[in-house]
Ligand binder design. Structure first.
Ligand code: PLP
Length: 375
């Protein structure tokens, strides 16, 4: 059987990984500033993470949500403490798209409405509602098309207000920092406007924190920088440091009903152990503060480089916008300098490293980047 060939891959096979480094099958070392798409939050094969998962696997790896799983309660408690949202409720799933799908659905159950506001350049996943709220017609199949999603320009408060006046809005879904869209940081004023309109019209504010959440911005949720509380936060990626787990945290005003949401795999023993290990390491090693400090250092240094068009981002979610003539730099960083980075179309290099990246590693990247630009 052949693989269904949907991914354009780099000709590299990774066989070992530790912290912010990976090694290929020929023993070549790489610096990983991509983290497999913002997934590696605490660093590859962190010893505490490996131990917690291994210990759990030898006890019980999986059982469904038909029995008590105390690890879920432990995770909810820890998540409440680390995120500061202690009065919220946790529902566990397996991926970012599934988190957004459930958030949009829960919003609609809550207020009985259908219309969703999403934004230009948004990415929310590939399942039916999540992809319908994603601004990329190429990945929306005819069966996913719906007129229930209204796309508005980013940061346009007047358009937002008018859309609320003219429609029965169920929810607004927004990434605090757009990832796939090229690292666009939502202003505090824009997020505050969304909050106040959602309050005024009893609509649901959904903070897609799948990529920008879990400490990456230096605060637990990037929306925290704006001083607002969303009604539902969606999470995945960094949550399990590579173990597939996602979740939504839900404000107290939403009342659960048996059977309203459900999943077979969500919240299984191994997934909870992975997510707990991640939170324990984030807390014990001060990784949010590290993300804030190293992120600020990188952004400051990158802004000094004259060839760079623009640097956008907060914490360790950074976009380096390059002019067309430097579009090749990302490939050179990988194949010549052995540094993994992410990208966004057309010419943005995305840095999405582990939150444990240190200054030496940041400097290694800055030197290689400057050297490449000087060529
Ligand atoms: C902001 C955002 N939301 C949702 C998703 C979908 O997550 P997943 O691929 O886990 O379904 C992604 C993935 O890149 C994302 O960046």
């Amino acid at each position: 059987m052949k693989l269904f060939d949907v991914y354009p891959v780099n000709d590299i096979t990774i066989t070992k990984a530790q912290g912010s480094n990976v090694w290929d099958d020929k023993g070549q070392e790489y610096l990983d500033l991509y983290g497999g798409h913002a997934v590696i939050s605490i660093g590859h094969t962190h010893p505490h993470y490996v131990k917690r998962l291994t210990d759990q696997l030898s006890k019980v790896g999986f059982y469904s949500n038909s029995i008590h799983i105390p690890l879920q309660k432990e995770l909810a408690e820890k998540l409440g403490k680390v995120s500061g949202k202690e009065d919220y409720q946790l529902f566990l799933v397996n991926s970012g798209a599934e988190a957004n799908e459930n958030a949009l659905k829960l919003a609609s159950f809550y207020n009985g409405r259908k219309k969703i506001i999403a934004f230009k350049k948004a990415f929310h996943g590939r399942t039916s509602l999540a992809v319908a709220a994603t601004d990329n017609p190429k990945i929306v199949a005819p069966v996913n098309e719906t007129d229930n999603v209204i796309f508005l320009p980013w940061e346009d408060q007047a358009a937002l207000e008018k859309t609320f006046q003219e429609n029965e809005i169920s929810s607004v879904i927004i990434e605090g920092i757009q990832g796939v869209g090229g690292i666009n940081v939502a202003s505090a004023a824009f997020l505050q406007k969304i909050r106040s309109l959602c309050d005024q019209y009893n609509a649901v504010y959904i903070a897609d924190s799948v990529q920008c959440g879990y400490g990456r911005s230096g605060k637990f949720f990037s929306h925290d920088h704006a001083g607002v509380n969303a009604d539902i936060y969606t999470m995945a990626k960094g949550m399990g440091n590579g173990f597939p787990i996602g979740g939504i945290i839900i404000a107290p005003k939403f009342k659960p009903v048996y059977g309203m949401l459900g999943t077979t795999f969500g919240g299984n023993h191994l997934a909870c152990a992975a997510a707990l290990a991640v939170l324990e390491v984030i807390e014990q090693e001060g990784l949010m503060a590290n993300a804030a400090a190293i992120g600020e250092y990188l952004i400051t240094e990158l802004k000094k480089i004259p060839q760079v068009k623009e640097v956008r981002g907060v914490g360790l979610m950074i976009g380096i916008d390059l002019p067309d003539e430097l579009a090749h730099v990302k490939k050179e960083l990988l194949f010549k300098h052995k540094i993994f980075t992410g990208e966004a179309k057309p010419n943005v290099i995305r840095l999405l490293p582990s939150l444990a990246l240190n200054k030496e590693q940041a400097d290694h990247f800055l030197n290689a980047f400057k050297k490449e630009l000087a060529n």
